[in-house]
Design a protein around this ligand. Structure first.
Ligand SMILES: Cc1cc2nc3c(=O)[nH]c(=O)nc-3n(C[C@H](O)[C@H](O)[C@H](O)COP(=O)(O)O)c2cc1C
Length: 393
């Protein structure tokens, strides 16, 4: 029998599904509900000193949809609106009611030693299990020199990590931004400065679109906008790549984040180094209830593979990541078309022809492959509307 339980830096997670710091963790009552529904933990909406001004814009969201499905959010929301005392009371209440659930305090302060250390001291005696340093919010805060302005600079990231770890009496995770040239460099810098673990990724800086009638960019704030943070299933490949790059360079625990919408996404993150995962947009799109299928699916998968816990899955795919130069290129695959599924629409023929190779032909009502010119790129298999093409040796 497998278990979903796992331990990270001495913290017991009853399951590896944690709510990311965001609107689903902005209110004590909502976190209470999420814990009751089965989430293993929550990273609280980023907490700042009470005197840091937080004036929000309306609208705050724009979405990328394919049909009715939300593939990504852009948001320009700022941080928590609760006071430090409200958080302290709420954390205590939640721990009493849900003693097995993990609470992580996400924090952010101006770049001043006193400010960061005061914030840490405020929560040192609280019931939170760990800290997460938000060095990665891409909108609003960088204009004040914080958020992503910190996480895009290895030296400042290391300096603040050091300030925090000097006084923190709980494990410290640093939440990194994908909006950098080399995320592993920042991860290495904060590891050296004493971080206990890494959370990655925060949102990807974005501009969702433009209203072509009025030339107003989205989301519209009385006709204007600012660059925002992109999240949801469409950022998963970026998050997965970032986590893999971090894991290739350091051994600290990683809380994997970015576009996780089901157990499969979570399992993939674990194979490239995540110990547990965090989820935000999927919950904002479909509610806390998604946790049921996530837990059930991951448990079933672990059991089908003979794994005992999420820890058994960790890093399984890392050894298969290589450089392009070292890829085994001596054999080639070819498209195999399932004639019974193929509807002979000819899309694969057109795309192959117009994308360099002209290796597919529609002859006598069948798609045929000219192996002399086919390079095995696999594009045809991806554009086939019926998934009738499989690549085979
Ligand atoms: C509306 C919104 C608000 C967010 N607020 C915070 C925040 O206060 N602190 C933080 O560290 N990350 C914040 N995030 C980022 C998420 O925690 C998460 O890193 C990101 O959305 C990627 O995960 P996802 O694809 O599951 O949404 C926010 C995301 C959204 C969509």
């Amino acid at each position: 029998m497998a278990t979903l339980a796992t331990n990270v830096l001495g913290i017991d997670f009853e399951n590896p599904f944690v709510l990311a710091s965001a609107p689903p963790t902005a209110k004590i009552e909502s976190i209470d509900k999420a814990f009751t529904l089965g989430w293993g933990g929550a990273v609280l909406k980023t907490i700042t000193p009470d005197n840091l001004e937080m004036i929000e814009a309306s609208e705050r969201y724009a979405t990328w949809k394919v049909g009715n499905k939300i593939c990504g959010f852009e948001n320009i929301e700022l941080l928590s609106h609760l006071t430090l005392q409200q958080w302290l009371n709420g954390i205590k209440y939640l721990k009493q009611k849900h003693p097995t659930k993990v609470q992580i305090a996400s924090i952010m302060a101006p770049v001043a030693k006193e400010e960061w250390q005061n914030l840490v001291r405020t929560f040192n005696n609280s019931e939170v299990d760990a800290f997460e340093l938000n060095f990665s919010c891409p909108h609003g805060m960088p204009e004040k020199g914080i958020g992503m302005a910190i996480g895009t600079n290895a030296e400042i990231s290391a300096m603040i990590t050091k300030w925090v770890t000097e006084v923190a009496r709980k494990p410290v995770f640093v939440k990194l931004s994908p909006n950098v040239t080399n995320i592993a460099e920042i991860a290495k810098a904060v590891e050296k400065a004493g971080a206990g673990g890494i959370s990655a990724i925060n949102t990807v800086q974005s501009l969702m679109g433009i209203d072509l009638d009025t030339f107003e960019p989205l989301p519209k704030v009385n006709g204007k906008t600012t660059f925002g943070g992109y999240s949801g299933i469409s950022v998963k490949p970026i998050g997965l790549r970032c986590v893999a790059q971090i894991r290739q360079n350091i051994e600290l625990p990683i809380l994997g984040i970015g576009g996780i919408a089901n157990w499969h996404d979570a399992a993939e993150y674990m194979t490239v180094g995540a110990d547990v995962v965090q989820v935000c947009t999927e919950v904002m799109a479909n509610g806390y209830g998604v946790i049921g299928a996530m837990k059930q699916g991951l448990l079933g998968y672990l059991e089908s593979k003979g794994f005992k816990s999420p820890a058994d899955l960790k890093n399984r795919a890392i050894g298969n990541l290589s450089t392009h130069e070292k890829l085994p290129k001596s054999t080639q695959v070819y498209p195999h078309i399932d004639d019974e599924i193929c509807v002979k629409c000819g899309k694969c023929v057109t795309i192959c022809d117009e994308s360099e190779h002209s290796a597919l032909l529609l002859v006598d009502g069948h798609i045929t492959v000219n192996k002399k010119v086919c390079v095995g790129c696999s594009l045809c298999s991806h554009v086939c509307p019926k998934s009738a093409i499989k690549m085979q040796k």
